[in-house]
Design a protein around this ligand. Structure first.
Ligand code: YSA
Length: 341
């Protein structure tokens, strides 16, 4: 029996020291200390031994039981320690490691230009107002001296809605809405999105931006000289002091006289280059002295007030400012393009 106990001891302590997790250790506990274990059997048989043997074998078996119990306890501690040191390794944090950069967004280039334009006009005493994108026929056309069936309506290819309304083709309808609510004198700009039923190309989109201006006061207080100096001041602020303005006669039903407004090309200074197609000038939009018919359509008495208005393509301004040769890039959502601004 003593041999048997020594064999159990050798095997048990060896296996216990090799256990690598708590589940295996539990199996060994059952195997060596459980009710059906060999050692428990030995202990059960001690009573049948002779008196001398009983004492010696009993002591040996009990000692082994204690050894196995403390072997299991020690191994349990070792396993837990090992697991913990693993966690420590896995969850190690290097507080000196450089953090991941948070990508910052920024305003769209068209919004940046819009804000810049608003600031320039604000410094000249202009108030910024916004209109609505869905307009009615009266405000977009009739009130601006563009009656039904008049050929001037063909100047603007229009998206008509099923309910008879339309997507505004310019921000000019807001001139009308503002004058219905406010008496002169006033000076306002109206930036905003406009829509035209046009095929897109490098300089045209069906969805683009306008910035409209309107300044009205009593008759003879506002002249073409005011119009010219205001637009020139705006252009110089935007494109640089050397920029020159040129007004060419043009037709817009809501102004009389009407002009096309050109600026000297900021890239070649007027010498002629790829951007201005060799002409030295770049067209930005229309302007003119407000037609008296527009004043009467909002309820102002005829010949009491005088004023000027203008309407520029905001996208075109942004194209010139940033040297972009295709308006569609502003709407493509390509981050490689947008991140340059
Ligand atoms: C004229 C006189 C005023 O007293 C007031 C406003 C105006 C402007 C007028 N309402 C108008 O819409 N004129 S416009 O049709 O020539 O457009 C003005 C500018 O918008 C153009 O010069 C151009 O710069 C830009 N534009 C026109 N169609 C465009 C466009 N930009 C991008 N895509 C398009 N499809």
């Amino acid at each position: 029996m003593k041999n048997q106990i020594n064999k159990i001891k050798e095997l048990a302590l060896k296996e216990i020291s090799k256990a690598r997790n708590l589940a295996d250790l539990e199996k060994l506990r059952v195997k060596y200390l459980g009710r059906k274990s060999e050692l428990t059997n030995v202990l059960r048989g001690v009573k049948d031994l002779s008196k001398n043997e009983r004492k010696e074998v009993g002591e040996m078996a009990n000692k082994l039981r204690g050894e196995i119990e403390s072997g299991i306890k020690n191994q349990e501690l070792r396993i837990k320690e090992l697991e913990f040191s693993g966690i420590e390794e896995k969850e190690k944090i290097d507080v000196t490691y450089p953090g991941r950069k948070i990508q910052k967004g920024h305003l769209h280039p068209l919004t940046q230009v819009r804000y810049e334009i608003e600031e320039i006009f604000k410094s000249m005493g202009f108030l910024t107002v916004e209109g609505r994108e869905v307009e009615d026929e009266f405000h977009n056309f009739d009130a601006l001296n563009i009656p039904k069936n008049h050929p001037a309506r063909d100047l603007w290819d229009t998206f008509w809605l099923k309910d008879g309304n339309l997507l505004r083709t310019h921000t000019s309808p807001m001139q009308v809405r503002f004058m219905k609510e406010n008496k002169p004198p006033f000076r306002i700009i109206i930036p905003g999105r406009v829509f035209r039923y046009e095929a897109s190309d490098a300089t045209h989109e069906s969805n683009f931006y306008h910035v409209e201006g309107l300044m009205v006061d009593k008759k003879e207080k506002i002249t073409v000289a005011n119009l010219k100096s205001t637009i020139a001041c705006f252009m110089k602020n935007l494109f640089g002091e050397k920029t020159k303005l040129r007004l060419r006669p043009s037709y817009f039903p809501f102004v009389e006289p009407g002009f096309e407004s050109d600026v000297t090309c900021p890239y070649c200074g007027g010498k002629g280059c790829r951007i201005c197609k060799g002409t030295g000038w770049i067209e930005l939009g229309g302007s003119g002295m407000v037609n008296q018919k527009v004043f009467t359509s909002v309820g102002f008495p005829e010949d009491k007030y005088e004023g000027f208005a203008f309407g520029f393509g905001l996208d075109r301004i942004a194209m010139i400012k940033y040297g972009v040769d295709d308006v569609r890039l502003f709407y493509g959502g390509d981050l490689r393009f947008l991140e340059q601004f």
